[in-house]
Ligand binder design. Sequence first.
Ligand code: ASP
Ligand code: MG
Length: 453
Amino acid sequence: METSFIIAKFGGTSVADYPAMVNSANIVIANPNVKVVVLSASAGITNLLVALAEGRDINIRSKHIAKIQSIQYSILENLPENPALRAEIDQIIANIASLSEAASLATSPALTDELVSYGEIMSSKLFVEILKEKQKNAIWFDVRKVMRTDDKFGKAVPKIDEIKQLCCAHLKSLNPETIVVTQGFIGSESTGKTTTLGRGGSDYTAALLGEALNATQIDIWTDVAGIYTTDPRITSGAKRIDEISFAEAAEMATFGAKVLHPATLVPAVRSNIPVFVGSSKAPQEGGTIVYNTHSIKSALPSFRALALRRKQTLLTLTSLNMLHAQGFLANVFTILAKHNISVDLVTTSEVSIALTIDTTGTNTNGNSLLTKALFDELSTVCHVEVEEDLALIAIIGNNLTTTKGIAKEVFGALDDFIIRLCCYGASTHNLCLLARSNDAEEVIKVLHKTIFE
Ligand code: ASP
Ligand code: MG
């Protein structure tokens, strides 16, 4: 029988400073089945590195670099004197300074990835020493040796088969007493250049390594003790969910619940590996376990959670030519695809289409995704109306399309609000609403009361 083998990932707040790193190290040590540890950069570091990669003047650069140095030094200085480690961190900071200078002359996605990768490299170097301090046999491992991706810098796509082969070659034969400490988020393309999997990508790394190494569980340690029925900052009525299915958790991640990176679950589902989510500050509180529906002991509820995504823009596209015509949807979506617009919700009527676009993200130049070129091209096939300041509220659950009374329960609670759009029926796991941004939290509170409290 195979013994259990856990991959544990610690997010930025779990490695933010020395006390956080010690908590995280204690979690690793407490469970001898944890063999591989995947780390984010210390909280705040990636943002500083991203800012540097955008190209800053010398004053801002020195301020940012000093901030990065002070975050990492505050950890270093709690460790026993270690000149070799200090020299390594200093060398990395010197590299950051010279790459930042290069970025101020000409930035590029490849340069950005190289620069931001140092966040995870530093946190993992420091963490190894904390484990060693605690008499553990820990080694630092450069994840770029195994995390092969394509060369889409900034949002590289992992190559699953190559990752598996490389993991077999580099990680399978390690001494079982050794704890491997490695980096989330970063990878490398075929010629060895550093890539990244997209912001928040460390969860995804843990899942990819878990899959490649046949882990029996992936533990995601963060700053909340699991997945909640909704964001506890919105309502104190939010309750922790002890176990949840992959499908439900995936819907939550997609619709804005910040606990898991949306891509994380893909390898876990594919390889049927349970994912645990807990708080590194309070491991004794337990957390949420995400796995396939067969493993869930309690009955799957109709309503499981509420997720909120702000900054939604609604486009209403009208064309009289759509009446009894073919190809209008195809035309519109071809134009949207050409401009790299991904659409979330869609409803149609006889002569119009309403669709939502998430405008939280901007393109790499920091500009809005909704460009003049896009509107110009859409205008050639239809009339376009734009509404902003909307929020997407997703009601997530099970068998929603085959259960009586769902709509009544949801809409019955929402008498006091304007619901601009509603999507229901494409997935049995969600019912999505578009409300005014200013109403969004109230809508969540009222719905949460009605369906969960
Ligand atoms: N450090 C990266 C970020 O902040 C990756 C991660 O933390 O998951 O986006
Ligand atoms: Mg993170």
